[in-house]
Ligand binder design. Structure first.
Ligand SMILES: NC(=O)c1ccc[n+]([C@@H]2O[C@H](COP(=O)([O-])OP(=O)(O)OC[C@H]3O[C@@H](n4cnc5c(N)ncnc54)[C@H](O)[C@@H]3O)[C@@H](O)[C@H]2O)c1
Length: 433
């Protein structure tokens, strides 16, 4: 029997893949479940590209990869029957704020029902150690700064995505209160950015990025013409919004340390931790750090601020520091340098190989090639059923949106260039930039 086996859901995604590196490097054995609704699974490969790269970075193999949905109770039971897990790390979720307002039932079904199904199967098989990917979004508008874990949650959640995180946390609290043996850690991420220092894995948004760092990286690699900065009239030193950014590998280390702790007998019940850098940076700070660490100029335009964006938001991370003995080690410049390493090595993310070949044999115009050739992606990426449905949904939406007077330059370009094949915006929008 394996006494070291962890089940990780959603591990093919951005946060999960980086956490896997830490888990494997720390000697854990891992089984992964991911339905590939937001990950790139190249034809002919036996697992998503991110997982293949995690194995090559760590020099270790996964015990198993299952392309399955956490809502499929029969499959989950088969997997729990086959393997004896000591804990579950649960990343699988849909995470786009804007999309969640348009298809809320999908979000509640996937995130909330999916988590309940997973917990029920865990309970049936006596696995009661659980790490949940939560978000700073559960805090809503801050009553005070920095935000600590005692800050109220739920009241200010303004969208279905945020509410899925809040509801799941409430469910987890009820579960821990109702039954002995459960040990749950809910980790509230602030803004995870950057990439593994090798540049082999990183954030790979399927569509126009909603988050600041991937957008800057795509401007740097000329996949996007300029960065939109939403508002310069916030009550901050330079007028742009201030947020807390955490290096993805610091977050990954945080998961591993949390796991190590919750596996101890004396750890029980409900536990919650903020994971951020514990300091705030403005949008202009991030642009400057990126330019300084890469030497690349980032063109940007100041646009109107977005409804609901707050001036400043950053985390109090003393609880994680004191109780878990964790502290972030990477700087903002490291976050930028590693993002750039990943983006410049793989301008089209995990689909880059095909594009690189086209680029090499075509006219050498990086920007033109990426824009022009991107409608081939369906030919070599295995689209999951969910991706197919969401692609169709967003195709309809993008056609409607393109009729509106205020359509952005970027969306129009994509529409006319028929680059909408995988234009499903599925990165978590921060409340923010
Ligand atoms: N990235 C962020 O900025 C951020 C911030 C706060 C919280 N989170 C949370 O962290 C977790 C991971 O985020 P991420 O950025 O890696 O997202 P991601 O989309 O890159 O990864 C999520 C993975 O889960 C899979 N998945 C989704 N639904 C599934 C289902 N029903 N069954 C099986 N697999 C499923 C997807 O295919 C994907 O590989 C999510 O729960 C997200 O809400 C992310």
């Amino acid at each position: 029997m394996n006494n070291n086996l962890i089940l990780v859901t959603g591990a093919a995604g951005y946060v999960g893949s980086h956490c896997l590196v830490e888990l494997l490097n720390n000697g854990y054995d891992v089984v992964v479940i991911d339905n590939c609704s937001n990950s790139i699974h190249l034809n002919g490969k036996n697992m998503p590209e991110s997982l293949i790269r995690v194995q090559s970075i760590t020099g270790r193999q996964l015990v198993n990869f299952y392309k399955e949905d956490i809502n499929n109770v029969t499959k989950l039971e088969e997997i729990f029957n086959k393997h004896r897990f000591i804990a579950v790390m649960h990343f699988a979720a849909l995470k786009a704020v804007g999309e969640s307002c348009k298809i809320p039932l999908d979000y509640y079904h996937n995130n909330v029902s999916g988590t309940i199904t997973l917990l029920e199967v865990m309970r049936k098989y006596g696995v009661k150690k659980f790490i949940f990917s939560s978000s700073a979004t559960v805090y809503g508008y801050p009553d005070y700064l920095p935000i600590d874990e005692n800050h109220r949650t739920g009241n200010g959640c303004t969208n279905p995505y945020g509410r899925t995180k809040y509801f799941i946390e409430e469910i987890l609290k009820d579960l821990c209160a109702s039954e002995k043996g459960w040990c749950v850690a809910s980790l509230r991420y602030f803004n995870p950015v950057g990439a593994h220092e090798s540049g082999e894995i990183g954030e790979d948004p399927q569509g126009i990025p909603n988050n600041l760092m991937p957008f800057i990286s795509q401007v740097a690699v000329r996949r996007q013409p300029f960065l939109k900065v939403f508002g310069n009239d916030f009550k901050t030193a330079d007028g742009t919004g201030v947020r807390d950014y955490i290096h993805i590998m610091d977050l990954a280390a945080g998961h591993s340390i949390t796991l190590e702790n919750i596996l101890k007998k004396e750890w029980t019940g409900w536990n919650v931790y903020n994971f951020g850098a514990g300091t705030g940076y403005s949008v202009l700070d991030v642009i400057a750090a990126f330019e300084e660490s890469t030497g690349i100029n980032i063109p940007y335009k100041i646009c109107n601020r977005r409804a609901g964006d707050v001036d400043e938001l950053w985390a109090d991370i003393r609880k994680a520091q004191n109780k878990l003995n964790w502290k972030p080690k990477w700087t903002l410049k490291d976050m930028c340098a590693h993002s750039w390493k990943w983006q410049s090595k793989y301008p089209m993310g995990y689909r880059t190989l095909r594009h690189k070949q086209q680029h090499d044999t075509n006219d050498g115009n990086l920007n033109g090639n990426f824009m022009a050739n991107n409608n081939n992606v369906d030919n070599f990426v295995q689209l999951s059923q969910q991706q197919q449905q969401r692609k169709e949904h967003f195709l309809d939406m993008s056609m409607m949106e393109n009729k509106t007077a205020n359509e952005t330059l970027l969306k129009t370009k994509i529409f006319k260039g028929k680059r909408f094949a995988l234009e499903v915006n599925n990165n978590e929008e921060d409340i923010i930039v």
